[in-house]
Every structure is written in C-alpha cells, then in structure tokens.
Design a protein around this ligand. Structure first.
Ligand code: Q9C
Ligand code: ZN
Length: 342
C-alpha cells in the first residue's frame, strides 16, 4: 500500500493549546509524523510519495471561500494587530444573539470561523493545512486510478473542520475534500467511516443533506466528550440525506468487543448502501493509552480493525485523523494498514 506524505505538514508548529485552563504544548504535534514514518519504513508496507499540489479548487468544493481567505490571512492580520501570543478565539456569536455579521477585526473573525478554542493559529498553519489536503488528494487519486488502497498521512487532521469553521486541531476537512474528489471523478456514492475517538462533526455537517456520501461514525458519547454539540444517535441526515448519516455514540471505557460489534453494523450499512469507494477517517486515539480519549484499544486490536475493514471489499483510502499517544501512534497506524492487507 502506498503512503502519501508531505514535509510541509511540519510547518504547523503551534506552541499553545488551551487545555484544562492552561496553555500547553499541543497534543497534535509534528512528532506524531516521525513515529508513523518510522514504523511505515520498518513495516515494508510500500513506498512513501510526496503528493502534487492540487491548489484551492478541491478545497472550495466543500469549504466557504471567505473561510479559506480568513485562514490564509489570519496569522498575518493577528501579528499586524500587535498580539503577542498565537491566534486563539475568545469570543463567539452567541446562540441567542446576532450571529450573521462578520466583523472586520481578526479577533472577531476568529470566533466567527472557530467552533472551539483549543486550536491556535500561528506561522505555517495555513501552509500545513494545504499540504495535508494535498496528501489526502494524492491518496484518493492513487486509489481512483489503480483501485489499490492508499494511506494519506494527513497532518493537521481534518474531520472537525466544517464548511466555514476550524477547531479540534482541524482546518480543512481532508476526508470531505477526498470524498468530493472521488465523486467528481465519477464515483456515484462514497462512504466515509470515521473511527476516531471524537465525532467527525465537520464531516457530518458538510454532507448532512446529501445522499452521495454515507457518513458513519463510532465515537465517544458527545453527552460527555468533545465535540459535545453533535454526534448523537438521532442525527440521521436531512432531506435527500435522510438515512445517509449514522452515529454510534459509545460510552467512555467501551470494550473492544462492543466497539467491534458496532463496527460490524456500520460495515453492513456501507455494503447495503451501494458505495463505490471507502474513505476511512483513521483516528488512533481509540488506543487505551491515548492522553485525551477514553476507549480501550490495544495495539493488537488495531490489526483486527484493519482485517474487518478489508472485508468490505471496496477501493479504500485511509486518512490520518487523531492519535496522541505519540510513542505508540506508529505501531497502531501500521497495524491497521497491515491488518487490511492480510
Ligand atoms: N484538550 C482530533 O482527534 N479537545 N481532534 C479535547 C483536550 C479537543 C481532537 C480536550 C480534541 C480534538 C482530530
Ligand atoms: Zn480524535
């Protein structure tokens, strides 16, 4: 299986994440790439390729133009305004107040275009986000052209990025961009299976009213975990999209046995929906040792996950999402990919 990876993913070097009431070194750090690359090299899985630059058109196919412009200019404007630290939103258009006006100041725009406050913007964030979506596009292009599976080592991750909002460490929704590309290349329906510990709220939002993308997610129950406001079982899609959004919220501490049984339901739904391509939002933060998550996967369980995904029998693209137990992230990712290839 080919891997796609870009050195430019390292350009995001944020120093601050708002966590537990303090600014800490971000969990979503460049060292994550080193460990995945190390284990990919050792595994003999296949070559690692640098993707082409696909430009902004595939981004604008799923994201708002003004949002993309905001991301491109945010850091420069934040610095020009004389701020000392990294750009972090601290004010929002509140639910009960006027929410449609986009203020001129970058401080106001940050809240308008953010869905959470943990994720800072700093030098290189936009460039890394561009590299990350190119990694996803390189991977999906390869799978579309050959039918072979591929892995996109995306960084930053994407599944929390919505039509016009960043947050949860995500800026561009790599899985959504890849899915739209597959549709534009002629696939009639694409499945996005999101196994990250956190609900893929951005991906759900982007495709909620559409029947050409089946979005299925297994995740920590939003009653008690990020992103809190989306990911409930009664969110099934709207209009033509009714039935094409499926959420499986699971309690913290859920056993791997129960998680795998839930996966079987999801895989049966993907098979029944006549999907022509599978995109896996591959978060390995379901690992028992993950510092910000609460599922119970061992490293060996990730191999079984890959084996189950292979049984769907579709052209498959794996895209990196979360996973913050840095020492084990490489083993866990490679185990999924090797399990898939067995
Ligand atoms: N400070 C992904 O896995 N905050 N994003 C959780 C820890 C946000 C996770 C609390 C977690 C975002 C791609
Ligand atoms: Zn996650």
């Amino acid at each position: 299986m080919l891997t796609f990876y870009s050195e430019d993913s390292r350009l995001r070097q944020a120093r601050t994440e708002l966590h537990d009431g303090a600014l800490v070194t971000p969990f979503e750090c460049p060292e994550r790439l080193d460990l995945v690359l190390k284990h990919l090299h050792q595994s003999g899985l296949g070559d690692i390729r640098t993707p082409s630059a696909y430009g902004l058109a595939p981004v604008l196919a799923v994201h708002d133009k003004e949002y993309v412009t905001f991301l491109a200019n945010c850091w420069q404007e934040w610095q020009a305004a004389g701020h000392e630290g990294e750009a972090i939103p601290n004010i929002w258009p509140a639910r009960t107040m006027r929410g449609d006006r986009i203020p001129r100041s970058v401080s106001g725009q940050l809240g308008y275009y953010a869905l959470a406050a943990e994720t800072s913007i700093s030098a290189g964030t936009f460039e890394a986000a561009m590299a990350s979506k190119d990694v996803a596009l390189g991977a999906v292009e390869h799978t579309l052209q050959t039918g072979e599976p591929s892995f996109g080592l995306c960084r930053p991750p994407g599944h929390h990025a919505a039509f016009d909002q960043f947050g949860g460490y995500c800026f561009f929704n790599n899985a959504a961009i890849a899915a739209q590309r597959a549709l534009d290349a002629g696939k009639r329906r694409v499945a996005i299976l999101d196994v990250d510990f956190h609900h893929g709220n951005g991906t759900q939002q982007i495709f909620y009213k559409r029947d050409d993308v089946l979005f299925i997610s297994l995740h920590g129950d939003p009653e008690v975990t990020f992103p809190y406001y989306l990911g409930y079982a009664d969110e099934n899609g709207e209009g033509p999209g009714k039935g094409f959004n499926v959420n499986y919220p699971l309690p913290p501490g859920t056993s791997v046995t129960r998680w795998m049984a839930t996966l079987e339901l999801a895989l049966a739904q993907i098979k029944a929906a006549e999907c022509e391509c599978l995109i896996v939002s591959l978060g390995v933060d379901i690992f028992e040792g993950d510092p910000i998550s609460a599922f119970t996967f061992t490293s060996e369980d990730f191999t079984a996950l890959g084996e189950h995904l292979a049984q769907v029998g579709l052209p498959s693209v794996f895209l990196m999402e979360g996973g913050y137990a840095v020492d084990e992230i490489g083993v866990n990712v490679v185990n999924v990919l090797q399990g898939f290839e067995q």
